[in-house]
Write a protein that binds this ligand. Structure first.
Ligand code: FAD
Ligand code: NAD
Length: 368
């Protein structure tokens, strides 16, 4: 009944069904929505629990079962976009006939606002850790074989570690393994690897622990969160990305996605307000190479405390700097400005953008 009430307020409630062949069991989720893709569903099979969480607008539909029989580790997920149907194909461990799919576990078949659904974590193995600057590293984590999870562009996840007996979680935004990675669907999207650019703060609570992990150790990763919608980029003509420090991370996928998928775009400009000095710049040579490869892409590094040898731009975010940076390709071009960095930077940036007459709809800020 709760589901019915919610369904009246939000999107209508999905439903599911299942069928089997001798070797396979297929669970079908009918979302009743058209804008469904492989990002929309997160599947985990851990111990005796099978979970499939489908995100529909701001709602979460959960299938949560103890399966009646054992299945193999790997499964496949397919989406039939035009009818909003999701198919999860499980491989039976033994070719026997299943009388039932399984028994219901907590919140099975519920359809509730996503914010009330809580975050689910799975343990991921640290595959590699590589220096990018003197204080920032590229971490590669591998999802378990029995998880299907893709982090939508512009969204983040929480990493969880137990530190002196207490569980600590902090948010991080997945990136590609390089700025030169092409945004290719679905090959890249089905990857089991998730990459993070993380700055290690020596006096911080979480990052020193993360840095001390050995290859093969485990970190838990939550399901994705965030309010950035890919639809904000559709049909754009100008995309401006303002990143300070590790605020660079959400820009990586947005920029690659936009260049690969938005033909209307005339220009993508990324302004990186890196801290202090040249050796703080993340992926500088990759960015310069990318500029040579794409005439629509431009990047500028602005340092707040450079050495005297730096002959590029310098300073903090300011009206002069922004009006120079935010040059539209035409007076009425459709524009989006994304901004991310330390809170005072982001807040000041938004104020300055409003002063420059950019509307709320033309700005997306990444905050906690
Ligand atoms: P903290 O313990 O939080 O400390 C950070 C710094 O502040 C340290 O230098 C510490 O000495 C200092 N400090 C702590 N407390 C105080 C105090 N009371 N007074 C003065 N100084 C203090 N970071 C990334 O590197 N990559 C990402 O992709 C990324 N994505 C994010 C996405 C989101 C949505 C958000 C909100 C944040 C993101 N962050 C990212 C930041 C990240 O979540 C952590 O805040 C960061 O890693 C610091 O964690 P920490 O526990 O190591 O440091
Ligand atoms: P940092 O301290 O090295 O600062 C980077 C740059 O920010 C500086 O060079 C300067 O240009 C600018 N800046 C710093 N303080 C400023 C101020 N008071 N006013 C104006 N400009 C200022 O940055 P960092 O250590 O790399 O931290 C990055 C921040 O970005 C963190 O706070 C992190 O939480 C945030 N972040 C948020 C997200 C998100 O999605 N919400 C993602 C990644 C990072």
């Amino acid at each position: 009944q709760v589901t019915d009430i919610l369904a009246k307020e939000g999107p209508s409630s999905p439903s599911y069904d299942w069928f089997q062949t001798e070797s396979l069991v297929t669970i079908v989720i009918y979302t009743k929505q058209k804008d469904i893709n492989l990002d929309s569903v997160i599947v985990d099979h851990q111990d005796d629990s099978f979970r499939a969480e489908t995100i529909i607008k701001d709602y979460s539909y959960l299938i949560h079962l103890g399966l009646s029989h054992e299945i193999q580790e790997d499964f496949s997920v397919r989406v039939v976009e035009n009818v909003g149907k999701i198919e999860i194909v499980l491989k039976k461990k033994e070719n026997t006939f299943w009388k039932s799919l399984g028994h219901s576990l907590e919140n099975h078949n519920s359809f509730i606002p996503k914010k009330d659904a809580g975050l689910y974590y799975r343990r991921c193995r640290l595959i590699s850790k590589e220096d990018v600057t003197h204080d920032t590293k590229l971490f590669c984590l591998m999802l378990p074989p029995s998880t299907h999870l893709q982090v939508p562009i512009g969204q983040h996840v929480y990493l969880k570690l137990t530190i002196t007996g207490t569980e600590i979680v902090k948010p991080y935004t997945p990136v590609f393994d390089s700025l030169l990675s092409e945004f290719q669907e679905p090959v890249l999207c089905n990857s089991k690897y998730i990459y993070f650019l993380i700055k290690i703060y020596p006096a911080g609570l979480f990052t020193p622990e993360l840095d001390h992990l050995q290859i093969g150790d485990y970190v838990s990763i939550s399901s994705p969160e965030g309010n950035f919608k890919k639809s904000r980029i559709e049909e754009l003509e100008d995309l401006f990305l303002l990143a300070a420090g590790t605020g660079f991370t959400p820009m990586v996928k947005i920029l690659n996605y936009a260049l690969a998928n938005i033909p209307s775009l005339r220009k993508v400009k990324l302004d990186v307000l890196s801290i202090k000095q040249e050796d703080d710049i993340i992926w500088r040579s990759q960015a310069e190479k990318k500029m040579l490869l794409s005439s629509r892409f431009d990047i500028e590094f602005i340092l707040s405390a450079p050495t005297s040898e730096w002959n590029g731009k310098r300073g903090y975010i300011s009206p002069a700097l922004l009006s120079e940076f935010l040059k539209r390709s035409s007076d009425k071009s459709k524009v989006l400005i994304c901004i991310c960095g330390p809170t005072p930077f982001t807040e000041q940036g938004i104020r300055l953008l409003h002063d420059l007459n950019f509307s709320k709809d033309e700005i997306h800020s990444f905050t906690a």
